[in-house]
Design a protein around this ligand. Structure first.
Ligand SMILES: *[C@@H]1O[C@H](CO)[C@@H](O)[C@H](O)[C@H]1NC(C)=O
Ligand SMILES: *[C@@H]1O[C@H](CO)[C@@H](O)[C@H](O)[C@H]1NC(C)=O
Ligand SMILES: *[C@@H]1O[C@H](CO)[C@@H](O)[C@H](O)[C@H]1NC(C)=O
Length: 390
């Protein structure tokens, strides 16, 4: 699978980069917030999911609203998968559903509820959920201003390698995903338990805030011992690890402090490697946890005494250089430096995340979270031509 993926990437490089140069990159933007103009595609809609309802029922309303775009995306993923592995869909439709009982509560029941509400086979909803375990690339940052307030923000980039639309100059999956982006307010006892920006149909969490307690984002970490192997092992019966999206969901739902979250995110065995970017509710509480499948291999925490007033992660180990053709880290850091610690806020962080190539053709949304100001905002993004393809 990796082989064919690399192959697709080379084809894309050859045909797309040529027409996209220049400019890939631009100077650090300013004045982009509040969002407007061609890179802003709209506010993300809010939904409520009531955790007091049985897991099977809680996604009903949201999924019935998003049924059409969800069907469209899954059809597209199936067509892609069929082109690479002709037998895959047969396995997905006929074999995967038998494994639903192996998923811990509440996830199996939730997936059943989503599948029925969407009118789709259970195996396809499982495949859709597996997808996020392996295909998201992103930029996440947590910064502390001079008064000690933390701001946590991210761009969610998704859809690389999954088909380029020559006519629209866009990644097909990235475009199909935008109508599925939702903000979810998860409630317990009629009160907000946590909030998340998510994709309708996905029950794990990539971006979330537990008001008063913590903020969390996850970025994909590519590795040879990567997601595919873990998932394959899981399907074949070796089930030590947990799905990444379930771990982040459990942390947001049930962890009660930054330290507890840090511990769970560092030590829980997973199916795929990952970067967890975690923020707490006190000055100094922000870190990037670099994970292998079994454990934390690097822990990087904010250190304002040493002048490290933010942590920033894309999809490469922070102590190593990023891939030359995908360097979003340096432009983002340069822009953070230009803005400076004194002026850090939603306004300036949105500028950083609107600067190409931090903003790129894969970017589906930008989310910004602040515990101290109790704010959670998410915006749909576009990156009209000319714009770097990833
Ligand atoms: C791509 O462009 C075609 C027309 O050129 C349009 O019908 C279609 O909706 C576009 N697709 C996306 C995903 O933007
Ligand atoms: C939540 O609010 C609704 C309507 O106000 C009420 O009927 C319900 O009993 C409440 N549920 C809980 C768990 O408090
Ligand atoms: C959170 O804890 C409750 C109560 O123990 C449990 O029922 C629920 O399944 C947990 N949620 C997740 C996502 O693990």
């Amino acid at each position: 699978m990796r082989g064919s993926v690399v192959c697709v990437m080379l084809v894309v490089c050859g045909s797309v980069l040529a027409q996209d140069v220049p400019p890939y990159t631009e100077d650090c933007r300013s004045g982009t917030y509040p969002p407007s103009g061609p890179t802003f595609k709209g506010k993300v809609q809010w939904y409520t999911v009531n955790l007091d309802q049985p897991p099977y029922e809680r996604w009903q309303k949201l999924i019935s609203d998003k049924k059409a775009p969800l069907n469209e995306l899954i059809q597209h993923i199936k067509n892609l998968a069929k082109a690479i592995f002709p037998n895959l869909i047969d396995i997905v439709d006929n074999k995967l559903p038998f494994l639903i009982g192996k998923l811990p509560s509440p996830f199996g029941e939730e997936m059943k509820g989503v599948a029925d509400a969407a009118g789709l086979p259970l195996g396809e909803i499982m495949l859709f959920n597996i997808f996020y375990e392996v295909f998201s690339v992103c930029t996440s940052v947590v910064a502390q201003d001079t008064s000690g307030k933390l701001f946590h923000a991210r761009n969610l980039d998704f859809g690389l390698f999954l088909g380029w639309d020559v006519k629209n100059n866009s990644w097909i999956v990235s475009e199909l995903l935008k109508p599925l982006v939702v903000n979810v307010n998860f409630q317990r006892n009629n009160k907000t338990a946590f909030m998340s920006t998510s994709f309708a149909g996905y029950i794990g969490m990539l971006t979330g805030m537990k008001p008063g307690v913590l903020t969390l984002t996850m970025n994909e970490r590519f590795s040879l011992d990567g997601g595919y192997i873990g998932i394959l092992e899981w399907i074949l019966g070796k089930r030590h690890g947990v799905w990444m999206g379930f771990l982040t969901r459990s942390v947001l739902e049930n962890a009660t402090s930054y330290d507890e979250a840090k511990d769970l995110l560092s030590k829980t065995e997973m199916l795929a490697p990952a970067y967890f970017i975690l923020g707490g509710n006190k000055p100094g509480q922000a870190c990037v946890i670099t994970r292998s499948r079994t454990s934390s291999i690097n822990f990087w925490e904010l250190d304002t005494q040493k002048g490290e007033w933010y942590v920033l992660e894309t999809n490469y180990d922070h102590w190593k250089p990023p891939l030359v053709i995908d360097n979003r880290r340096d432009p983002a850091m340069k822009c953070m430096k230009t803005k400076g610690q004194k002026s850090i806020s939603f306004t300036t962080i949105y500028d950083v995340l609107s600067t190409k190539p931090v903003l790129n053709k894969l970017t589906t949304y930008t989310a910004m979270m602040s515990i101290s100001e109790n704010k959670f905002e998410a915006y749909l993004r576009d990156c009209p031509h000319p714009c770097m393809p990833w």
